[in-house]
Structures are given as structure tokens and as C-alpha cells.
Design a protein around this ligand. Structure first.
Ligand code: PLI
Length: 465
């Protein structure tokens, strides 16, 4: 049996969960157009749709809320927030935004012009969508191992410097507004980038005059993996490693709904004062004043407290260990899962689990539906539905990874919940031959289609025989 270390917290407040029957879930999923994203959360028992904004705040964070200064301009809470970001991430100019994609919008609008090119270590849907909306073409320059669910490579978030050089060589540095890095890489299954590779990537980009921006949504989880896996870092604190990851970069975009243990919020941080001035100008238009960026003062207080808690090694150790426990249980039962296990999620390789469902019938979306029907467990598709269509050709993108992501909120679920999830996924996998066909779109939204799409089973009334 895999190890499940005791959580470094105890429960102080509870939120009741409602158990549902299989019939309830069938009705709910049909009403949701076979898209678990469109379910009402009250129809879900264990919700692993995302780890974003779903964290349990600590007693300190809840008490920090009461310190919220709700002044429109220059609130005290902004300065507390700014100081925390500066201290832990090391960037000078801190610009609050309502959540990560707000920062992505501002950064993309500041720097991207039509016809430009953005290399990155795999894409994230909202990040790439903003880059493409502003006219850039995204180029994936991640190492090949990241696309192989079975590769045990410890830093699947690393950049292939050869691929990056090729993009620079083909389009020229002037056509590359920035390199877009993430730590960890969500779409690869929460895989880390090494400090060495991140530093080399920045050196290469900087040698061509190209800035590098880091998505720090899960950089603390990345720092934990660096401490475990990268030679020379074992004795450094996670807080030190976090600063080392940020140090070579020119700025960062942050969704505080992940690592920072908050329910909402984010920031854009920059080193270049002129770019920061430009970004503040846009924040006023799209987010709110540059001292609240769409957040309440109390949100900024909760984030500041959450940042300090996020680098606590007892916290991060237990957080990653809980994810690993779920991964081990699934792997032990023969469920094909992405290796190594990520920082925030376990991903089932749906293409391997359901080889009889063609990629054009969305095996991962189908598996997400089957898992919900089994036990009220909600995961999210991370494959062809999420990848969307190529903006130039209009063709469906078919990424090599076709995953059902089970993302674990921080400090929310107990071992019994995680066992329930494991049992459900294992049962679906054992009975996988009962799944006859996959799904096709009934309605297909233009942007980030996975959120609001509706589907129908290809074989008629159900995905099952
Ligand atoms: O959900 P936002 O707008 O606060 O953040 C967008 C975002 C940016 N980068 C990365 C790596 C993310 O994972 C991310 C949001 N992720 C979600 C919602 C998720 O379920 O993974």
C-alpha cells in the first residue's frame, strides 16, 4: 500500500457533501451535455475538476481577511500584498489582477503584435488563447519526454534548447516578443522545469534580446521537485529555490488560486519599469485600479498570508505526497497514468485506457463522464477538446497527450476521499470494455471550448454498451 503521510493540519470547519445515486448522476450529466464542467457542483461528491481557487484557507488566512483595507486607491492591503510578492518571488514591480488570465491579457496586449511568435514549454489554454488573440503563433519547445506519458524523465517541463534555437533561427529574435515558460507545466501533468534548464533558457533568450516570462501559478510545487530531484538543491529551502526559479526571468504571471492557497486573485510582476508603467495603464482599463486589480483588499491580505504558508515545507511535502498517493494507487492497479506524478494532479492516459475509442471521439472526455457516473468524482479532460482548433487552419488539434486530469485542491480532501477516487477510477478501468463509443460535439464554443461545450454520445443514448 502506498504511503499516506498525516496531514500537517486539522479540520476546523466542515462543508457537507451530498451523496448521489447513479440515477441522479445520469440525469445530471445528461442535463450537463456530457460535460462534467457544466454540472452543478452540488451534484459532485469529490471534485477534482481543478486545484484552482478550491483550496481551503487556513485560520490565519481567514483572520487576515478582516485586515482587508477596502480603500479604492492605495489600500494598506495592497502594500502588504506587494511586499509578500517582492519578498518571496523577488520581482520589483507588482501589479494585482483578478486572476491569472487577467495578467495574461495585460502582458499579451503590452508585448504581442500580429505576426509574432511565442515559444513556450507546452501551452496552457488561457495563456495561449491570449497570445493568439493578440496575433501571435505559439510554438511548443518543451522536451520530447513531456509528450510521452510513460517517460520517467524527472524534469518534463524543461525546454529543448535546440527547438528554441530553431524557432529563433527561423523567425528572428525581432519577431519573438518573449519566451513563455511555466513552472510546473500543467498540460504535461504538473511536471517541473529544472533551475539549470530555466537558467540556460533565459541565457539563450537574453543573448538574443528576448525577455522571458514565467507562469508561477505552481512554482512552489516546482521548487519542491527541484529540491527532491535536481543535483545541488537538496539542502536549500523551498523558499530559496522559488527565488532561484524567478531570478533569471524578466517577470511573472501568477494565478494566486493555486500555490498561494487563495480562492481568487493574481498578479503580474515585472522588472522593467517602463513595461510596468504600460501594464499599470492597461490594468486600469481591464482589471481595476493598479492597487487592487479586481481584487478586494481582503483577497490581497489572504494571498499575502497564503504565499508565506505555501513555502512551508511541511505543507508542500504533504500536498505533493497526497497527489503521489493517488498516483501510486492507480498505477498499482494497472491504470495507465502519466509518470512521474505531478505536483497538483494525477493524469490518466485516456488514449491508452480506451484504445477502442477513436481520438476524434474524445476518449478523455468520455472517461471523465464514466468516472463521474461511477462515484460522483469530477475530473477534467486535458486532450483534444482542451487543445481546441488551430486559429489559422480551423482544424482540430490532436495533442499526443489525451488525459483525464484529477487535480487535487490543497488541504481539502482526506485520505478516505482520495481512496474513493482511486476505487472509482480503478472500477471504471476494470470495466472499460463496457464503454462502447465516445462523444461528439453538440455545441462547440469558439474560445476555451472545454468549459462550455455540450456533447452527445456517438452510439446513441449512452457511452456504454
Ligand atoms: O484560472 P486563472 O485565470 O487564475 O489562471 C489561469 C492559469 C494560468 N496558468 C496556469 C498554469 C494555470 O493552470 C491556470 C489556470 N488553471 C486552471 C483553472 C486549471 O484548472 O488548471
Amino acid at each position: 500500500m502506498p504511503v499516506y503521510p498525516p496531514e500537517p493540519w486539522r479540520v476546523k470547519m466542515v462543508e457537507p457533501l451530498r451523496a448521489t445515486t447513479r440515477d441522479d448522476r445520469e440525469a445530471a450529466l445528461r442535463a450537463a451535455g456530457w460535460n462534467p464542467c457544466l454540472l452543478r457542483a452540488e451534484d459532485v461528491y469529490v471534485d477534482l475538476f481543478t486545484d484552482s481557487g478550491t483550496n481551503a484557507m487556513s485560520d490565519r488566512q481567514w483572520s487576515a481577511l478582516l485586515h482587508g483595507d477596502e480603500a479604492y486607491a492605495g489600500a494598506r492591503s495592497f502594500y502588504v500584498f506587494e511586499e509578500a510578492v517582492r519578498a518571496f518571488y523577488g520581482y520589483e514591480h507588482v501589479i494585482p489582477v483578478h486572476q491569472g488570465r487577467g495578467g495574461e491579457n495585460i502582458l499579451s496586449r503590452c508585448l504581442i503584435r500580429p505576426g509574432t511568435h511565442i515559444p513556450g514549454n507546452m501551452y496552457f489554454p488561457s495563456t495561449r488563447a491570449h497570445q493568439e488573440l493578440n496575433g501571435a503563433v505559439f510554438h511548443d519547445v518543451i522536451v520530447d519526454e513531456a509528450h510521452d506519458p510513460d517517460s520517467a524523465y524527472p524534469f518534463k517541463g524543461d525546454v529543448d534548447l535546440g527547438k528554441l534555437k530553431a524557432v529563433i533561427g527561423e523567425f528572428g529574435a525581432a519577431a519573438i516578443p518573449y519566451v513563455s515558460l511555466a513552472a510546473t507545466v500543467n498540460m504535461a501533468g504538473g511536471q517541473p522545469i529544472s533551475v539549470a534548464n530555466l537558467t540556460e533558457t533565459c541565457e539563450l533568450a537574453h543573448a538574443h534580446g528576448i525577455p522571458v516570462f514565467l507562469d508561477t501559478a505552481r512554482a512552489v510545487e516546482n521548487a519542491w521537485f527541484v529540491k527532491q530531484r535536481e543535483p545541488g538543491w537538496a539542502r536549500r529551502t523551498v523558499a530559496d529555490i522559488l527565488r532561484a526559479l524567478c531570478a533569471p526571468t524578466d517577470g511573472a504571471v501568477m494565478s494566486a488560486k493555486k500555490d498561494s492557497l487563495a480562492n481568487i486573485g493574481g498578479w503580474l510582476a515585472l522588472r522593467d519599469p517602463a513595461l510596468a508603467e504600460q501594464a499599470r495603464g492597461l490594468v486600469v482599463l481591464y482589471e481595476g485600479l493598479h492597487t487592487y486589480g479586481g481584487m478586494a483588499g481582503r483577497d490581497m491580505e489572504a494571498i499575502a498570508a497564503g504565499i508565506a504558508e505555501s513555502v512551508d515545507e511541511n505543507h508542500i511535502r504533504a500536498r505533493v505526497a497526497q497527489v503521489e498517493y493517488l498516483g501510486e494507487r492507480l498505477a498499482d492497479a494497472g491504470v495507465p497514468v502519466v509518470r512521474p506524478f505531478g505536483g497538483h494532479c494525477v493524469c490518466v492516459d485516456a488514449a491508452a485506457a480506451l484504445p477502442h475509442v477513436p481520438r476524434t471521439e474524445f476518449p478523455a472526455q468520455t472517461l471523465a463522464c464514466a468516472t463521474y457516473l461511477q462515484a460522483g468524482v469530477r475530473g477534467v479532460e486535458r486532450g483534444a477538446v482542451t487543445a481546441g482548433r488551430d486559429p489559422v487552419t480551423g482544424e482540430n488539434r490532436l495533442p499526443r497527450l489525451e488525459l483525464l486530469r484529477l487535480a487535487i485542491p490543497r488541504r481539502v480532501y482526506t485520505r478516505a476521499h482520495i481512496d474513493l477516487v482511486a476505487d472509482a477510477v480503478i472500477a471504471v478501468h476494470r470495466d472499460r470494455d463496457r464503454i462502447a463509443r465516445g462523444l461528439r460535439f453538440e455545441t462547440e464554443p469558439r474560445h476555451l471550448r472545454f468549459f462550455q461545450a455540450r456533447f452527445t454520445p456517438v452510439s446513441g443514448a449512452s457511452i456504454f454498451r
